[in-house]
Ligand binder design. Structure first.
Ligand SMILES: Cc1cc2nc3c(=O)[nH]c(=O)nc-3n(C[C@H](O)[C@H](O)[C@H](O)COP(=O)(O)OP(=O)(O)OC[C@H]3O[C@@H](n4cnc5c(N)ncnc54)[C@H](O)[C@@H]3O)c2cc1C
Length: 512
């Protein structure tokens, strides 16, 4: 029984979802209130409720609205901007039981429960020879479609074409073509784009119960990787590739990141090998790929900056032809190396191994999504800032590495930090038993926590000077204060209309 919630309210919630799905015990509340980073204003959820259908979710939200209880929506909780962390008394509603998938293969869309993981969706689509056209996060082995739809992704959410949303008062609304009574969900644009209103809202406007995802066919791919001496030359090649639209995706890492990415434990190595063999399609090609996996690590580890390219097309010949154009761009300053990284990423796109560092260090990134014309200068400014903090970071045991990527007309720069520290329940919940034992005994590193809190905020300011936008806004990246006054007023009026009592995830996007 929750020490905070009235027992009559708990009884009402139990009568809707059943006793197993209303949790008031402290370990469950702690896990459901956690984040990969640390937030001084965080408080424990009063209770955790797990509805199993849109109807149950609507009833739960109506009951909570009548009692004036605030709600924090939560998917897998694998973010690091406090979006799913209560900062005042609230009930966490966890989406993980909203996991039904209905595939409409002929019309190339699927209606997906918001708590479905990207990997579960991929598995449901495989028998149809289809995949989500929507870009998805690497954490998709666990993270949810509703979470990504609520906090945006570098590359955007254009392939989310409709939603079923439960509003703060428990009413159920549909967006896209399914908003017409009894009609199908095949199109996003059928009047004003109400889907866009709820995308990236961090749960401030409503709770997504279902997400309609555009589907596409599996395509053939070509892969290539290059090493560069400096971030400058790598970034110049990356921006050129994007401006000429030569690659489907490009991802670069510095040497430290490459070293940790290629340092996998036995279980992870086995699952990578299995995925690569499955993707190869023929025994001959599988043997070739395995030999390459075995020899590929040192080439990637030795590169100052490695750049990994994937081109997708209807046939392999078309993909290879386009990759040859990309080779000419990268060949100016780069050296072609073993392409095991992009090949592995395609064969096994999802993993949360990076949740902690290779020796169990805590990990946290901060990111900027930049216009192509600003990426090179922003990178230099971020490098200079981190160089100026090098001595204090080293004293606190903090290391940093980089991932730079592009899937659309922008560049994402993501400095990431690793430091020895105590792990929290959210980390331990996702580690193997062996790694729980190996990494679970770290002692609290208060100096590193304090330094990183300051440093992340200062890096965010540097990013803003270069016109950066951000996904995963939560309570960390500013939104409302950056808007002009007329637009601010519009957003506040929308919030008032959808959530007049201000009970939907108070504090995200700066909306109290
Ligand atoms: C190893 C690792 C790799 C990662 N890789 C990437 C990456 O490649 N790209 C990337 O963008 N991010 C990445 N992330 C960050 C994070 O996992 C993703 O952003 C992911 O989309 C978060 O989904 P989630 O289900 O964990 O959402 P949560 O963290 O649970 O929630 C995120 C936000 O959405 C809201 N929310 C959740 N569900 C709903 C709902 N149904 N209705 C309304 N609001 C809701 C929450 O209130 C919160 O504000 C990574 C994280 C890890 C640990």
């Amino acid at each position: 029984m929750s020490a905070v919630l009235h027992s009559a309210l708990i009884d009402e919630l139990v009568s809707i979802v059943g006793p197993a799905h209303v949790c008031c015990d402290e370990p469950t509340r702690e896990l459901a209130s956690s984040d990969l980073f640390l937030w001084s204003g965080a408080v424990l959820a009063d209770a955790v409720v797990r509805p199993g259908s849109t109807a149950e979710l609507a009833q739960v939200m109506a009951v909570l609205a009548r009692s004036g209880t605030a709600i924090v929506p939560r998917g897998a909780g694998l973010s690091y901007t406090a979006g799913a962390v209560p900062h005042s008394a609230a009930v966490v509603i966890d989406s993980l039981r909203l996991n039904q998938v209905t595939v409409h293969a002929d019309d190339l869309y699927a209606v997906v429960g918001a708590g479905t993981s990207w990997q579960a969706l991929a598995e449901a689509l495989k028998p149809h020879g289809l995949r989500a056209a929507q870009i998805s996060p690497i954490s998709g082995s666990h993270s949810t479609i509703g979470g990504a739809a609520s906090q945006n992704l570098p590359g955007g959410l254009d392939n989310i074409i409709g939603l079923t949303v439960v509003l703060a008062d428990g009413s159920v609304v549909h967006t896209g073509s399914a908003a017409r009574v009894g009609a199908s969900a095949f199109a996003r644009y059928a009047g004003p784009d109400l889907t866009g209103l709820f995308l990236g809202d961090c749960g401030a406007f409503g709770f997504k119960a279902e997400v309609v995802v555009r589907l596409t066919v599996e395509r053939e791919a070509a892969f290539a990787s290059f090493s560069f001496q400096s971030a400058d030359t790598m970034m110049a090649a990356l921006v050129c590739l994007r401006r000429r639209e030569l690659v489907t995706r490009a991802m670069s890492m510095d040497q430290l990141k490459a070293q940790s990415a290629t340092r996998v434990d036995v279980a992870e190595a086995v699952s990578v090998v299995k995925a690569v063999v499955k993707e190869a399609g023929s025994m001959g090609r599988a043997f070739k790929d395995l030999a390459q996996l075995a020899t590929g690590r040192s080439a990637v580890k030795d590169a100052g900056w490695s750049l990994h390219l994937t081109v997708e097309a209807a046939t392999e010949t078309l993909a290879q032809g386009q990759m040859d154009l990309a080779r000419a761009v990268c060949g100016v300053d780069g050296l072609e190396i073993n392409n095991m990284i992009p090949k592995t990423l395609r064969a096994k796109p999802y993993s949360i191994r990076g949740l902690v560092g290779p020796d169990g260090e805590r990990w946290v990134p901060v990111h900027a999504i930049l216009p192509l014309s600003r990426a090179e200068a922003c990178m230099r400014a971020l490098q200079a800032k981190l160089a100026s903090e090098g001595a204090v970071m080293a004293a606190a045991g903090i290391q940093h590495s980089w991932i730079i990527s592009t899937i659309g007309a922008y560049v994402t720069i993501e400095p990431m930090f690793y430091w020895p520290d105590q792990l929290d329940a959210i980390h331990l919940a996702h580690l193997s038993e062996r790694n729980q034992t190996r990494f679970g005994q770290g002692s609290l590193n208060a100096g590193a926590r304090e330094l990183l809190t300051r440093l992340r905020a200062e890096l965010r300011d540097v990013m803003r000077e270069h016109d950066a936008v951000h996904g995963q806004m939560g309570r960390f990246y500013p939104y409302l204060p950056l808007l002009d006054s007329a637009t601010q007023s519009l957003v506040l009026r929308i919030k008032d209309a959808l959530d007049p009592a201000r009970t939907m995830n108070p504090g995200v996007l700066g909306l109290i």
